[in-house]
Design a protein around this ligand. Sequence first.
Ligand code: NAP
Length: 309
Amino acid sequence: MSNVLFDRIALIGIGLIGSSIARDIKKHGLAGEVVISSRSADTLKRAQELELGDRYVSSAADAVKGADLVVVSVPVGASAAVAAEIAGSLKQGAIVTDVGSTKASVIAQMQPHMPDYVHFIPGHPIAGTERSGPDAGFSGLFSGRWCILTPLEGTDPAALQALKDFWMALGSKIDEMDPLHHDKVLAIVSHLPQIIAYNIVGTADDLETVTESEVIKYSASGFRDFTRLAASDPTMWRDVCLHNKDAILEMLARFSEDLAYLQRAIRWGEGDKLFELFTRTRAIRRLIIEAGQDVDTPDFGRHLRDEKK
Ligand code: NAP
């Protein structure tokens, strides 16, 4: 039995996320044809060497011609330019989606360019690693992970279902959310931890009393996991910060208040307050494990990446 969900899929952007999608499309036979486009000739060439698709096209506009599904996987700050480029070439009835980590901004950037004869349905797979580029992707990245879709008012139910079926074929679990709510939730679970990681690693780097070799030598403790986050793609995270500004600033304000509370408790030796907080946070960790949102090794899924090599 054929697994084909779309006759032609166009992938615009073929980095970590785009190439992981490509690998899963191929593995599960979800498309009649996969057409790939990337901004640079080097990345496109690499995608071809890795045999991620069937055709490789330098122009995004040419790539989307005749495509039934278009997946845009570029840094969120590039969404408007990509939407403007592909708009005039989209097929009647095509589904256009994205994978961007912020949703309100991507919608504001892309929607004005979308012709009314296509179905624009924004999305965000909650899966990734700190690596980027076509070599970083791997089949199975989305397996068991949530994919949040933020359909706009009046979205065609059949198109929405077709996109859900696609993500489910990649092994994802689907949630629907209002875009602004998505941005708030992601600000606390993803964007703030990332900013804290950048900050803590930056602070360690600036410390004059601790040498760089000590930072590396003793990094088997908590610091190491922050360096993993802080090694993430600077372009992607610059764009996330600039394009989810309001929600991130709101969460940072809350975070600063809570940090001041902790600071005071430590200064005044209020061990009961510390103990109460640390007990509460331990319970959250247990809930995450019970919800299956943790992998059983401390490598954050890196073994999956290595297995594909
Ligand atoms: P990536 O590995 O760095 O790949 C980025 C892709 O976008 C490449 O094909 C790159 O093309 C292209 N690109 C970069 N700048 C561009 C521009 N200004 N205009 C047009 N194309 C451009 O990035 P990624 O990790 O796959 O992230 C892609 C999207 O997924 C981002 O919106 C990100 O927020 C979202 N996301 C990421 C993660 C994660 O963990 N990384 C998780 C969920 C969602 P060239 O290489 O040819 O320049």
